[in-house]
Design a binder for this molecule. Structure first.
Ligand code: ADP
Length: 717
C-alpha cells in the first residue's frame, strides 16, 4: 500500500509540476518565437505583393517589345496600313521620318498643297524680272478678286455682272498662277448663266491644263470629278469614298471637310446599295477624324522624339495630352517609330497571371510617378518601370472594401494563437483536475488508513478481550468442577486466539502483496471440486450461532464438472470463502433465503458465482468495495465487523492468477459476486508450460488460505 501511495504521490507531483511548466513554456513560446513567426509571415506576404507588382511591370515591358515587333512587321510588309494595328498596344502607332515628316498617321500637308498658293510660286531669273512679275501677279490677283466679287452677285439684275466676271475669268485662265481658279470660276459663271456647254468646256479645259494642280486647296481632279457628278448621289458617294481611301493627296483635315460636304449632299432616303455605301463612308469619316486628330496631337512632340529616340525604346508623356504616353525608338534608317498609350491600355496589356492574386481582386494601376492611388483602393505594392518609363509607376491595389491581405495573414495567425492558448488552458485545467483528484485521493487514503487503524485495533482487541476474560474465569475457578464449561471456555480461548493469529496473518499477506513478494503455486484443479471444498470448509468453520440463518445451495453445471483450471488452490478457496462469508454477513435475510453457489464453465474458462438475497450494493459502491480498507457506510452503521480488506484481497489474488472478479447487484434484491478463472495455458510437446510461471511460496499460500476465515468467518452481526 505504501508503495502504491508513494507512486500516486509521485504522479500527483509530476502532474502538478507539468500543469505549471507546460502553460508557462507555452506562454514563453507565444511571447518570443510566435511574435517572430508573425513578423515573418507578414513580411512574406509583403514580399509576395512586391514580387507580383514587379512581375506585372515586367510583363508590360514585354508587351511593349511585342508592339514594336508588330510595327516593324507592318513596315517590312511595305503596306503601311492607314488604320490601327491589331496588336493592342500598337493601336495608335506612329512613324516619323528623320526629317520630321510624319508618315503614320498621315499628317503633313502634301507637297502639291504647299505649292498651290500662287503668291508663293517661285521666281527664277533676274531680280527686276522677278519684281515686275510680282507686280503683274498682284494685278492679276486683284482682277481675280474683282471677278469673284462680280460672280458673287445674287438676284435678277446680275446678268451684266456675271458677263463681266466671265470676261475677266477668261482673260485670267491663260496664266499659270490664276488659271485653275479662273477656270473654276468660269465654270460656275456658265452654270449661273445656264450655259451647259460653257460649263463643260471650262471643266474640260481645267482638267486638261491644270489636272495635276490644286485649286482652292483641292486637287483639280477632285474638283473636276465633283463638278461632273452634279447631283448624281451615287457618283458623289464614290468621290467621297475615293477621298477617304486616300486617292486624292489632301491634308486629312481638308479631306474630312470635303467628305463631310459630299456626305451632306446625299442625305435622305437612299436605295439599299447606296445606303450601304453611305454607312461605310460614315465609318471612314470617324476613322479619318481620329487619324487627323492623332496627327495634330503628335506634331508638337515630333522634334523631341527625334532628338531623344534611341535604339532601345523609352517613353515620355505627350506634351499636350496629360495621361498619354508616347513610347518610341529609333530605327536603323534614322526614322522613329512608336505608339501612344494611356494608363488603362498599359494595365490591360499586363494581362492576368495566377501569381498576381496576392489579395482578393488585386489589380494593377499605372499612375504618373509621384501620384498615389485614390482612397477607394488599398495600395499593396509599387514597382517602377525603370529608366524606360521614368514618368510612370505601377501600383498593385485591391478595393478598399476587400480584406487587407496583411490582416488576413495576421487573423490566420491569431486563430492559431487562440488554438494554442485554448490547448494550454485545457492542459492547465487537466493538470489542476489531476492535482485536485490526487489530493482528494490522498485525503481518502489518509481517512481509510485512520479508519483501518481503528478497525484493526478493534479487530485485535475483541478476541484478545475474550481470551483474557475466559482465561481469567478459568484462573478464578469459575468452571471448577464443571468439565463441560471448562471445555467450552478452553474452546473459546483456542478459537479466539486462532482468529487473532489469522487476522495478523491476513495483514501480513496483504503487506506481501503490496510489496510484490507474494508467490503462488499453480496446480491443475477441477473447478467443481474447488468450489465444493470451499463450501465444506465454510460450513465447518462458520459459527453456527451467528451464521445459521442462510443455508448454502451449490449448483454445478455439467461442463464445470469436467473443467480444470490451473490455479493456486488455497488462494481460490480463500477467495470463495471470502465471498461466502460476505454473503452470510451482509446478505442474511429474515426468511433464511439460501446463499447460492453456481459453478459454470465455457470455452474461455470457469466461473464461480456466489449469490445472496440481501440488501444488495448501490451502483456507486460497486467499484469502491474492491478498494483496500473500504467499507460501506451501511457496514459501519449496522455494526457488522470487518477490516475492508476481504474483497481487495480476493481481487488481487484472482487477478494475479489471470482471472477476474466482478459484482452485479440490484438494491433490495441481493448481490452476485463472480470469479472467472482462465483455462490452463497451452503446453509444448513435452508438456511444459510455455507461459511465464509464478514463483512458489508455499508457506505464504497456506497462510493466505486462512485469511478469509480469519477476517470474515469469525465475525458477524
Ligand atoms: P469487510 O467485509 O471487512 O468490510 P470486504 O472487502 O469484504 O470488507 O467488503 C467491503 C464492503 O463491501 C463491505 O463493507 C460491504 O459494505 C460490502 N459488501 C461485501 N459483500 C457484500 C454483500 N454480499 N452484500 C452487501 N454488501 C457487501
Amino acid at each position: 500500500m505504501l508503495a502504491q501511495v508513494r507512486s500516486r504521490r509521485a504522479w500527483i507531483y509530476v502532474l502538478s509540476v507539468l500543469a505549471l511548466l507546460v502553460p508557462a513554456a507555452g506562454i514563453a513560446y507565444l511571447g518570443a518565437f510566435s511574435y517572430r513567426d508573425d513578423r515573418g509571415a507578414v513580411s512574406a506576404q509583403t514580399n509576395a505583393q512586391k514580387r507580383a507588382a514587379e512581375a506585372i511591370a515586367a510583363r508590360i515591358g514585354h508587351q511593349i517589345d511585342e508592339a514594336f515587333a508588330a510595327i516593324e512587321q507592318a513596315i517590312a510588309r511595305n503596306d503601311v496600313p492607314r488604320g490601327p494595328l491589331a496588336t493592342p498596344l500598337a493601336r495608335h502607332w506612329f512613324w516619323i521620318q528623320g526629317d520630321g515628316h510624319i508618315l503614320v498617321p498621315r499628317a503633313a500637308p502634301p507637297a502639291a498643297f504647299e505649292a498651290s498658293a500662287f503668291d508663293r510660286a517661285p521666281c527664277s531669273g533676274r531680280l527686276e524680272d522677278c519684281v515686275s512679275e510680282s507686280t503683274r501677279r498682284q494685278v492679276r490677283l486683284a482682277k481675280l478678286q474683282a471677278a469673284q466679287r462680280a460672280e458673287a452677285c445674287r438676284g435678277d439684275g446680275c446678268g451684266a455682272a456675271w458677263q463681266e466676271a466671265r470676261r475677266q475669268y477668261m482673260q485670267l485662265a491663260a496664266f499659270e498662277d490664276t488659271g485653275p481658279v479662273a477656270l473654276l470660276g468660269l465654270a460656275r459663271v456658265y452654270a449661273r448663266l445656264g450655259d451647259e456647254k460653257g460649263v463643260e468646256g471650262a471643266v474640260a479645259d481645267l482638267e486638261l491644263r491644270y489636272g495635276e494642280r490644286t485649286v482652292e486647296e483641292l486637287p483639280v481632279g477632285l474638283v473636276v470629278a465633283t463638278l461632273r457628278a452634279g447631283n448624281d448621289r451615287g457618283a458623289l458617294l464614290d468621290i467621297a469614298g475615293s477621298v477617304a481611301t486616300g486617292k486624292y493627296d489632301v491634308h486629312p483635315l481638308v479631306a474630312l471637310g470635303v467628305i463631310e460636304r459630299l456626305r451632306a449632299r446625299v442625305a435622305g432616303t437612299l436605295p439599299p446599295d447606296l445606303a450601304a455605301k453611305r454607312s461605310a463612308l460614315d465609318e471612314q469619316i470617324a476613322s479619318i477624324r481620329t487619324e487627323a486628330r492623332a496627327a495634330a496631337g503628335l506634331a508638337d512632340d515630333v522634334p523631341e522624339l527625334l532628338r531623344d529616340a534611341d535604339s532601345a525604346w523609352r517613353g515620355r508623356e505627350a506634351s499636350h495630352h496629360a495621361g498619354r504616353t508616347l513610347v518610341y525608338k529609333k530605327r536603323s534608317d534614322g526614322s522613329v517609330v512608336g505608339f501612344a498609350v494611356d494608363a488603362a491600355m498599359l494595365e490591360d496589356a499586363a494581362g492576368h497571371q495566377p501569381d498576381d492574386d496576392v489579395a482578393i481582386n488585386a489589380r494593377p494601376l499605372v499612375l504618373s510617378s509621384g501620384r498615389f492611388p485614390g482612397s477607394d483602393v488599398r495600395p499593396l505594392a509599387v514597382a517602377s518601370f525603370g529608366e524606360s518609363l521614368p514618368h510612370l509607376a505601377l501600383h498593385l491595389v485591391n478595393p478598399i472594401a476587400d480584406p487587407d491581405p496583411l490582416d488576413v495573414v495576421i487573423r490566420a495567425r491569431s486563430k492559431r494563437h487562440v488554438m494554442y492558448t485554448s490547448a494550454l488552458a485545457i492542459m492547465l485545467g487537466l493538470g489542476i483536475l489531476a492535482t485536485i483528484r490526487g489530493a482528494a485521493r490522498a485525503r481518502e487514503l489518509a481517512q481509510l488508513k485512520s479508519d483501518f487503524v481503528s478497525t484493526v485495533s478493534h479487530e485485535l482487541k475483541t478476541p484478545l478481550t475474550s481470551i483474557r476474560m475466559f482465561a481469567e474465569m478459568l484462573e478464578q475457578g469459575v468452571a471448577q468442577g464443571d468439565p463441560a464449561k471448562m471445555a467450552r471456555y478452553h474452546g473459546v480461548i483456542v478459537q479466539e486466539s486462532q482468529r487473532l493469529g489469522l487476522l495478523i496473518a491476513n495483514l501480513l499477506d496483504y503487506s506481501q502483496i503490496e510489496r510484490g513478494t507474494r508467490r503462488y503455486t499453480q496446480t491443475k484443479e477441477n473447478v467443481a471440486a474447488l468450489a465444493r471444498d470451499a463450501v465444506t470448509t465454510f460450513e465447518t468453520l462458520r459459527d453456527p450461532e451467528k451464521h445459521h440463518r442462510n443455508p448454502i445451495q451449490v449448483e454445478v453445471s455439467p461442463e464445470a464438472m469436467q473443467t480444470e483450471v490451473e490455479v493456486d488452490r488455497d488462494v481460490v478457496i480463500q477467495a470463495i470463502l471470502n465471498l461466502l462469508a460476505n454473503a452470510a454477513k451482509y446478505g442474511a435475510t429474515e426468511d433464511k433465503k439460501a446463499i447460492e453457489v453456481h459453478v459454470g464453465a465455457d470455452a474461455l474458462g470457469a466461473t464461480i458465482a456466489v449469490r445472496d438475497h440481501g440488501p444488495g450494493i448501490p451502483a456507486h459502491e460497486q467499484v469502491r468495495i474492491f478498494r483496500e480498507f473500504y467499507r460501506s457506510p451501511e457496514a459501519y452503521r449496522s455494526g457488522i465487523e470487518g477490516t475492508g480488506l476481504g474483497l481487495a484481497l480476493v481481487k488481487r489474488h484472482i487477478e494475479a492468477l489471470g482471472g477476474t472478479v466482478d459484482v452485479a447487484s440490484t438494491v433490495g434484491e441481493g448481490a452476485t459476486f463472480t470469479i472467472r478463472l482462465p483455462r490452463p495455458r497451452a503446453t509444448d510437446r513435452r508438456g511444459r508450460d510455455t507461459g511465464p510461471k509464478p514463483a512458489i511460496d508455499a508457506q505464504s499460500n497456506k497462510l493466505a488460505a486462512r485469511v478469509a476465515t480469519a477476517t470474515d468467518i469469525g465475525e458477524g452481526a
